[in-house]
Design a protein around this ligand. Sequence first.
Ligand code: GCB
Length: 603
Amino acid sequence: NSTANFGVGAFLLAACEMVRYAPESPVLQNVYARHTFSLNGSWRAIVDPFDNGFYDYRLKENPNGFFKNQKMRDKSDLVEYNFDTAQQLMVPGDWNTQNDKLFFYEGSVWYKKDFMYNKKADTRVYLYFGAVNYLANVYLNGEKVGVHEGGFTPFYFDVTDKLREGDNFVVLRVNNERKPEGVPTVNSDWWNYGGITRDVLLVETPEVSVDDYLVQLPKGKYNEITGYVKLSKPVPGVKIQIRIPELKITQTLTTDEQGKAAFACKAKPQLWSPENPKLYAVEVRNGSEVLEDKIGFRQIETKGKSLLLNGKQTFLRGISIHEEAPYRQGRVYSKEESLLLLNWAKELGCNFVRLAHYPHNEHMVRAAEEMGLMVWSEIPVYWTIHWDNPDTYHNASAQLNDMMERDKNRCSVIIWSVANETPHSDARDNFLARLAKQVRNKDNTRLLSMAMEVTGTKNNISQVKDYMSEYVDIISFNNYLGWYGGTPEDCKTRQWDIPYDKPFFISEFGGGALQGLHGDKTERWTEEYQEELYKNTLDMYNRVDGFAGTSPWILMDFRSTRRQLNGIQDFFNRKGVISERGVRKKAFYVLQDFYRSKKAEYE
Ligand code: GCB
């Protein structure tokens, strides 16, 4: 667990540099409730395609790399870089959409930010990154702090001893080169946005602080709230108070030898649901340290082919979403832009969103919760990654861990997904089975799934018989009948064989349409084709027993390097039901109608 917080890169380096990467294992649950200083804003940036700031001319790591932030001492001095005159990039933000020259860029960029800090007694300070895509080498005041691999999960380092009174500077080498052994691997259908893509914070905590907590309904129970708190250090005898004022709960806990304390108390909270997204103010107090959260309570389970929310059968009226900003493109990092996307989902009539194909920023998950949207959260184990490579496994496992840690108090998250469209092999099955076990060991209050595929079609009957089906709670699969194979007409007769006593969920279907392009419903890329495909697909699955929901691909057109067709795609995947400029296509209204009728059916 401790190494997982620092990702695989840090783990590998830890072996050779024990001191620098000694496991610290903070979780920093609910970072936004803590005492923080934002390091967002304008950063200096040096583009470094050959990693000249990292390696010397013998390709050895240069102990005087750009992280030293050297300045000319006199006029004869030779320093071949200068952060102070370098271009500026906004953080958070991907570099691709901030500078035309960086649109397709994949490589290293050095970032630097100056800041003032006044040191305080009895305080630990963490340098926190919401996410950096993909590899981050972090330095403070010219010293190495740590390394993190993986583009969509938070990480942090204890920098208390490296901070100086007054002026400080932080430098990052951010590298977004795709690597075959990476997670994701070299091939994916989205833009490889590079940069410091989420918030950067300095987090101050007391010397011994509450670094983690969990508050939830235990599996299957409605009249009890359970959970735990954990200190940043194994200090026994510390009194921690948990309060849920609205429920008149005040629990005073005393930590054990590990600095942990568990609790359970009788309570009958109003349940969270899309119709009533009730959240309770929760307060965790450790002396003067107070963490405030809003937490909802619900049960999600399956029974035979049914999916039950709070014991009541439900249908997931979903949509898949990439973390891509409307109008401007680039990565979403703010609550405002998260709301834009989620409001569209609400307008469609959704009660569920699939946040594909990687953990989205924390604002997105929290906003979904406030709005009454259930969430599918996924790690980028996407297509054909290196199933046999132990480093790849550790990387995926660390990302899974960090996703679950960050969002474990979010009742909106009902499904942890460990993969998308992965090809069967023994190595893959073994890899995914281990991830599935990891989910089960950590959390029994949510469902486990993965987006699988059709395994065969014979006599017009498509079968979904993936070996991973025994591991999941809900059989999810992506299928593009009518787009990548066949025509929308074929949906009218296609039969389905899904031989499990579990609900099934269509995690993707869809087809491309250029918004504003009209024609006959058999003509590709027209809104009419996409509209027909939506009608026929929804009718088709609606005839199959156990159909528990869908998250069509996708809410909005999004940038993809794989989509090159001139005049139509222009590097956009056009399967959105809304264009990247926010214009609804005809299929939007088909889905909206369908969800209206589903809502009525289930109420
Ligand atoms: C898929 C993938 C998704 C792609 C989509 C497509 O099955 O899961 O990432 O973007 O198909 O448009 O081909």
